[in-house]
Design a protein around this ligand. Sequence first.
Ligand SMILES: Nc1ncnc2c1ncn2[C@@H]1O[C@H](COP(=O)(O)OP(=O)(O)OP(=O)(O)O)[C@@H](O)[C@H]1O
Ligand SMILES: Nc1nc2c(c(=O)[nH]1)N=C(CO)CN2
Ligand SMILES: [Mg+2]
Length: 232
Amino acid sequence: MEFDEWEPVYEAICRDFGYDRTGDERARDVLASLTDDFDLDRLSSLRDATVAVAGAGPSLESASALERARAADAVVAASTAVDTLAANGIDADCMVTDLDKNPETVRRLTGAETTVAVHAHGDNVPLVRDVVPDCAGEFVLPTTQAAPRGPVRNFGGFTDGDRAAFLADHLGAAELAFVGWDLEDPAVDSPKARKLEWAERLLYWLESRRDERFSVLDGRRDAIETSALPVE
Ligand SMILES: Nc1ncnc2c1ncn2[C@@H]1O[C@H](COP(=O)(O)OP(=O)(O)OP(=O)(O)O)[C@@H](O)[C@H]1O
Ligand SMILES: Nc1nc2c(c(=O)[nH]1)N=C(CO)CN2
Ligand SMILES: [Mg+2]
């Protein structure tokens, strides 16, 4: 996705959460100073593939979710979803994270030649400075929600999970299979619930752009607030 298309949605997210764009831009520039261009051919396993997009909801531990992840051609996993999958013998092709939960996993995976898409934003600069220099650089795919600059890319998306879906889309996935998504999880606090609402909206947008039906949205489409989205 080009930034021009993403920018109005990003502005709506900033308004909703009170984020300062300059904070995201400063974070992007810190990440740019610590990283090099990432070769997207490293993620060629996603091209034309059925890609499981793993969220970190509690349902990821269920037998049916693990079975669907195992059956996919490739797996992109958000944040701690990568640990749950690994504990069940499933290696993700790519982890997507803003470093807020399991930075040790990020260090370990890049060291083991697995790609990690590391996202910088206005509220995680100390983590970026702390973790990224410890990683194997060729396996860090640096991302931002602000305008891309230097090696730092913007494929669209906001939370770790929906960014994983936008990344898979950018890389040419034929089909997205969502596992571990619990959009109405009663266990999450209110700021997290608001982030999940945005994740849901963004998946709705991606679904309409791809002309595909995402099972994670079944039964929910009518309730999604779409006024900030460029959809019909
Ligand atoms: N019930 C759920 N709880 C947590 N994450 C979920 C859930 N359902 C889906 N997800 C997806 O899995 C991802 C897990 O990532 P993580 O918990 O690190 O959140 P995050 O995007 O960094 O936001 P936060 O600032 O709340 O930590 C979320 O970004 C979200 O897209
Ligand atoms: N500025 C800012 N940006 C974000 C934040 C956040 O807490 N602050 N959380 C996110 C969830 O992955 C994604 N983007
Ligand atoms: Mg996170």
